[in-house]
Design a protein. Structure first.
Length: 146
């Protein structure tokens, strides 16, 4: 596994547009969510043709909006992004295996404790890459064949 934590950001919807889009080199072939909190309620534009990126972005940003309104102080740099790639010689990993990897990453990063039912979202593009996105209290992991 090869991981690279990206600088924190503020644009959840913008990052989702990149992750659900073709990527820089058409490497995002099957973007979909493989892990996260409240999975049944989460819109997944990769699996539900009626779900939108805006809807998913609002869903992920809801804890940020609540914190902003409760504390009256904006949460800054609330988007954490960690792409993880399988090595070329690694075997194909299932969505369940990528989900486990995403959960281990957010635990190791201190975002969610091990075994937490409210694990952040992970967006998976299926075969060889995982993109873990944490948004101040939520997280998303995606995978993609490359």
């Amino acid at each position: 596994m090869i991981a690279a934590i990206k600088p924190a950001g503020t644009k959840t919807r913008g990052l989702l547009a990149y992750l659900y889009g073709p990527g820089w080199h058409d490497e995002h072939l099957d973007p979909h969510i493989v892990a996260g909190f409240a999975m049944l309620a989460m819109p997944d534009p990769g699996r539900d043709e009626n779900a939108t990126l805006t809807e998913l972005g609002r869903y992920l940003d809801e804890p940020v909006r609540l914190r902003n309104s409760e504390f009256g102080q904006p949460v800054t740099d609330h988007v954490w992004h960690c792409p993880v790639r399988a090595a070329p010689e690694d075997r194909y990993l299932s969505d369940a295996e990528w989900s486990e990897i995403a959960q281990r990453i957010v635990h190791a990063a201190g975002i969610a404790p091990e075994g937490d039912d409210l694990v952040p979202q992970s967006q998976l593009w299926g075969v060889s890459a995982l993109f873990v996105v944490a948004v101040a209290g939520t997280c998303l992991a995606e995978s993609s064949p490359v």
